[in-house]
Design a protein around this ligand. Structure first.
Ligand SMILES: NC(=O)c1ccc[n+]([C@@H]2O[C@H](COP(=O)([O-])OP(=O)(O)OC[C@H]3O[C@@H](n4cnc5c(N)ncnc54)[C@H](O)[C@@H]3O)[C@@H](O)[C@H]2O)c1
Ligand SMILES: O=c1ccn([C@@H]2O[C@H](COP(=O)(O)OP(=O)(O)O[C@H]3O[C@H](CO)[C@@H](O)[C@H](O)[C@H]3O)[C@@H](O)[C@H]2O)c(=O)[nH]1
Length: 350
């Protein structure tokens, strides 16, 4: 059945993949985004409202423009490192912005939300794989902001009959296998696209003075000392959102629920670089650098609950396949649309 879905932050990396998947599934999609880190052309043919979630006025305008069955909320700042340097930016955008969105939803009588949460809410794991009941003790401001929104969702569920599903993603990776959208962060901070940029640079004979990729620490208690993360394909994440929306619409979710989304398998930074070498055939260079503040050593998730309750299973679990989808997109879009990019490090008040 076709539904009206509001995708907040739909011009960003994961959001733009979601927009494609919703449209492919026959839903009517409206995107609300202030384009501070997203791209207007990533939204495709979907209806677009330019607005900031920190502005109640912008949100009222957005909700007045239609009736929405479900809201999917991707809008946030999402860099662990940046959050340790500029926490104010993160509390303002991720917490204040999300609270304004919840209030605007209440005012508009829309009470179904799928929220992008993160494994960064767990902090340093006390046991692996991490299940949803693992203690949440975030070790960086980014994780703290997402945990605060989860708490608000629980309280809204109890008090206001507000139904929500928070999906705690592990590390999003890859691009649309059909090559329609990709990952376009400026500057890029994520490991896989950075390694692929390096492969592209080497294979096209670019800047020989480049020092290559820096690995943030090799003294963690992991298989080879570098950080281990559970990478999950962006389309698998988006499919979980479709299933979560179905669950909300069926009335089966009452209050706030949370599910991990990961593959249950971790890869170290060195193993990711090895995968990038296999896929691209390029011997990319790297150097060992210091740890990045706020990085836990190993994060691997259990997504058993998402399987049991949502019926979700990853379809692209292999690291090489994930990397290959991102590499194909990068080869086809070597500048990643930088001419229409923005990606400013801060943004003005709404
Ligand atoms: N990328 C990952 O590995 C990952 C992992 C776990 C959770 N998440 C979460 O998933 C969501 C999407 O992540 P992403 O990697 O696609 O990020 P992204 O930066 O590519 O996309 C975020 C989008 O939100 C928009 N936005 C930001 N602040 C806004 C505001 N105040 N008002 C309106 N729009 C605003 C940006 O312009 C951008 O289009 C985030 O909430 C992030 O915390 C991401
Ligand atoms: O140049 C680099 C970039 C990253 N890393 C390491 O690679 C791993 C992955 O880093 P990155 O790709 O930056 O992702 P994370 O910092 O793990 O954060 C992502 O994944 C989180 C879930 O784990 C999400 O919540 C965040 O939004 C998302 O940015 C980490 O161990 C980093 O220390 C390096 O060694 N060198």
């Amino acid at each position: 059945m076709s539904r009206d879905i509001l995708v907040v932050g739909g011009a960003g990396y994961i959001g733009s993949h979601m927009v494609r998947m919703l449209a492919d599934a026959g839903h009517r999609v409206t995107v609300f985004d202030n384009l501070c880190r997203g791209h207007r052309d990533a939204v495709g043919d979907a209806r677009f409202i330019e607005g900031d979630i920190r502005s109640s006025g912008d949100l009222q305008r957005g909700f007045a423009s239609g009736r929405f069955d479900v809201v999917m909320h991707f809008a946030a700042f999402a860099y662990v490192g940046e959050s340790t340097q500029q926490p104010a930016l993160y509390y303002d955008n991720n917490v204040t912005g999300s609270l304004r969105l919840l209030e605007a939803m209440r005012e508009a009588g829309v009470n179904r939300l799928v929220f992008s949460s993160t494994c960064a809410t767990y902090g340093d794991p006390v046991e692996l794989p991490i299940t949803e009941s693992h203690p949440q003790r975030p070790v960086n401001p980014y994780g703290a902001t997402k945990m605060m929104v989860e708490h608000a969702l629980r309280d809204y569920g109890r008090a206001y009959g507000f139904d929500s599903i928070a999906l705690r993603y592990f590390n999003a990776a890859g691009c649309d296998p059909q090559g329609r959208v990709g990952e376009r962060h400026f500057p890029e901070t994520h490991l896989i696209p950075l390694a692929l940029e390096e492969a592209l640079r080497v294979s096209t004979g670019g800047d020989p003075a480049s020092t290559g990729l820096s690995i943030y620490g090799n003294d963690f208690d992991t298989v080879d000392g570098t950080c281990v993360r559970d990478y999950i394909h962006v389309d698998d994440l988006c499919r979980a959102h479709l299933l979560a929306a179905d669950r909300l619409l069926s009335g089966a979710c009452r209050g706030a629920e949370t599910y991990n989304l990961g593959n249950g398998r971790g890869f170290s930074v060195l193993e990711v670089i090895a995968a990038v070498r296999r896929v691209t055939g390029v011997d990319i260079r790297y150097r060992m650098g210091p740890r990045r503040v706020g990085d836990p050593g190993g994060l691997v998730g259990s997504a058993v609950s998402a399987g049991e309750v949502l019926g979700w299973q990853p379809r692209i679990p292999g690291i090489d396949e994930m990397v290959a989808t991102a590499w194909r997109w990068m080869l086809a879009n070597p500048t990643r649309g930088a001419h229409v990019g923005n990606g400013v490090a801060s943004m003005p008040a709404p």
